[in-house]
Design a protein around this ligand. Sequence first.
Ligand code: GLC
Ligand code: MG
Length: 423
Amino acid sequence: MESRLRGPARLMLVSDLDYTMVDHDDPRNASLLRFNALWEAYYRHDSLLIFSTGRSPVSYKPLRIEKPLLTPDITIMSVGTEIFYGELPDDGWQHYLNHNWDRNIVVEETNKFPQLTPQAEAEQRPHKVSFYIDKVKATEIMNVLSQRLAKRGLDVKIIYSSGIALDVLPKGAGKGQALAYLLKKFKIDGKLPCNTLVCGDSGNDAELFSLPEVYGVMVGNAQEELLHWYAQNAKSNCRILHAAERCAAGILQAIGHFHLGSNVSPRDIKDFHRCEINIFCPAYEVVKFYLWYEKWRCAEIEDSEQYVQNLRSIFHLLGVCVHPSGMELPLHQCIDAMGRLYGDKQGKRFWTWVDQLSSAQIGSDTWLVKFYKWELNENERQCSLTTVLMKSQVEAVDNFTWLHMHQTWLDGFGIADAESWLF
Ligand code: GLC
Ligand code: MG
């Protein structure tokens, strides 16, 4: 298994998506955006992000377009029956799941229960057969069904989630087993993460919490069936937290609770005038800059000449910015333009976030920072792959200077309104 990191991850964060990382009841995605800023500023460079979702690759795709989700290092999909490293599937895992599994028999036996309503075709996968069923009927059907399938010689696992969804999987599958498989691989490679935090809200997440040596957070809005599982099986486990906060805010709470690292999102910075850190950290600087940029354009900070002056001291006088349209502009000209854009997005849906930030020190005081910069403008998303050359400089206000910037539209995400895109 190829890993982006040379050594063990400082933190491996394994999170469910629906109603854990993503709060579908919050159209502003406030806590998700807070998480994103925290992750890219402090964790991306030495930690691993894993999404573990019940969704199939087919239904995961639209969620990524709809919500400002970061790109995970590994994606576990279809309730732990499919593992992907980027686009690359783990064929070994698929192969392993064939053991004592025959999808046709599962379909044949489940067909005999009229109470089971099959889910959409997109959610039916090689090692996952999924239905909807009413809460009151679920327990009984699960008992009878598992006996019938055992009689037919299959080793299955039946999971009930969110008070509505029922999945039939091979016994060796599931979110917990898939994670155990990955942990084993990391161990073999000598890269067992220093800490692992699992995060979930519903029944199919329960087995994540039963792995030894992981920290777990059941987010504040966790479903009844998960809390019930916890009460029955894990109450004495002090490595599991039932957060007070909902969704991604609950994840931030858990990072703090278990002392796994910083949990103060750069998004929560109130005063950009006074916000300074004493170490040179390019990731933090980039994240902070784009938050400032968003707040400036949304008029969520005051219209102060001091901000613009600060930028002038941070951006090199002779620095150049290559706009994704191909136009070349002096950095200072961009700052002037930015000064004029104060509040142009006020009251509008305008958010920025960076993804997959990486930085390389290429000289004693020089860094090359690369990231995807996303902008949501009302309902339109734009993204540029951006590279910034930075220099640490003791006398500069924030201890660094932006020397050069080069942006390229991400295929399919550069749109007509290039005018309002600055950085
Ligand atoms: C997701 C999947 C669905 C599954 C449910 C519970 O919603 O789309 O197929 O049944 O998770 O695991
Ligand atoms: Mg969920």
